[in-house]
Design a protein around this ligand. Structure first.
Ligand code: NCD
Length: 358
């Protein structure tokens, strides 16, 4: 792998992605051949935020490879409640294990964790920022069911502002020749930094409000939940919920080979009567997630043992500059070194990707 850790899928090269996707497909076909490859290896799952699929698919992935798992999903039962910093928790846990998987409500938390870890770290979701292993899941699903990752019109619908799965997926699929239709309300539009990535990629994209109008042109429809937990007030959430609902009626307008994906959990954005439609792939997608994670775990641990990765050095240190994103981990843990990439007269926070205009 290009990188020791998986914080952002773009840390890996496309050939790294292909290696993981190919291995995931092979594990699906020949699970017995892989059942002992992680024997004697230990993985920690540190879930500071609720999760069903991501946590359990990571745990079952490691166990199906013959390895073991420790961890927590309720940080209030750990020394976090006594005031322990993220850095210290990671220093300790990484000393016990071969791999750390972390989900955290603050943006950039996995990047912060990787700087204090003595073993590889996987980002299992950092606030509204990124979710690279969901994207690996999505890439495995698209490869399996569409046979390609390019030349598609991809609609993403719902909470494009707070949906970390959307940010990671757009970053990944914009490395191929694809067209994007961004379907959301103005309030939940895609963050500027992700739009900048789309602009730089050269992939055409449109921002539209109506799912009905967009659906007939799509090869892939990625539905998302309105991320209630990221709203500043219940009132704001109330205004946004129920805006987008995919039902059988709207589906009549869609192509016969549309792939409907959703990272799940769903609330009401896809009606249950859509589930029986052969274009509804979201339950298959969740299953692909376990195989994607099996492949990822074994690649990272193998490469770590062989020291077969590049060390990516952090950007420039500017402890005098504060990240302006209130949800950035550097604002929860101010003692973290404040490092920035510089681009076009801007400082870009290396934890959460917020652009700071000088
Ligand atoms: C997503 C997440 O946690 O960001 N779920 C998942 O990991 N499959 C999507 C969501 O919670 O809406």
């Amino acid at each position: 792998m290009n990188s020791r850790h998986l914080i952002d899928l773009n840390d890996f090269s496309v050939s790294d992605w292909n290696r993981i996707i190919k291995m995931a497909r092979d594990i699906m076909a020949n699970p017995k051949e892989y059942q002992d490859i992680m024997k004697g290896r230990l993985m920690a799952t540190l879930f500071y935020e609720p999760s069903t699929r991501t946590q359990m698919s990571f745990q079952s992935a490691m166990m199906r490879l013959g390895g073991s798992v420790i961890g927590f999903d309720n940080p209030s039962n750990t020394s976090v409640s006594k005031g322990e910093s993220l850095a210290d928790t990671i220093r300790i846990v990484s000393g016990y294990t071969d791999l750390v998987v972390i989900r955290h409500p603050w943006e950039g938390a996995a990047q912060a964790a990787s700087r204090y870890s003595s073993c590889p770290v996987i980002n299992a979701g950092d606030g509204g920022h990124l979710h690279p292993t969901q994207t690996l899941t999505d890439l495995v699903t698209l490869t399996k069911y569409k046979g390609t990752l390019e030349h598609m019109t991809i609609g993403l619908c719902g909470d494009l502002k707070n949906g970390r799965t959307v940010h990671s997926l757009i970053k990944a699929l914009s490395r191929f020749d694809n067209k994007f239709i961004l379907i959301s309300t103005k309030e939940l539009a895609l963050p500027t930094y992700v739009k900048d990535i789309l602009h730089a990629s050269g992939c055409p994209f449109e921002e539209v409000f109506s799912l009905e109008e967009a659906i007939s042109s799509l090869d892939v429809l990625y539905m998302t939940r309105i991320q209630k937990e990221r709203f500043s007030s219940e009132e704001e959430y109330e205004k946004q919920k129920h805006v987008y609902i995919l039902d059988r009626q709207k589906l009549q307008l869609a192509k016969n080979d549309l792939a409907i994906l959703h990272p799940l959990p769903r609330v009401d954005e896809i009606t249950p009567d859509v589930d029986a439609d052969p274009r509804a792939l979201y339950f298959e997608q969740a299953k692909c997630g376990m195989y994607a994670r099996m492949a990822l775990i074994s690649c990272l641990i193998e490469d770590d043992a062989a020291k077969n990765y590049q060390t990516i050095l952090p950007g420039a240190l500017h402890n005098d500059i504060r990240c302006t994103n209130p949800r950035c981990i550097t604002n929860l843990e101010p003692s973290l070194p404040h490092t920035y990439r510089e681009s076009g007269g801007m400082y870009i926070c290396e934890y959460c990707d917020e652009r700071i205009v000088l």
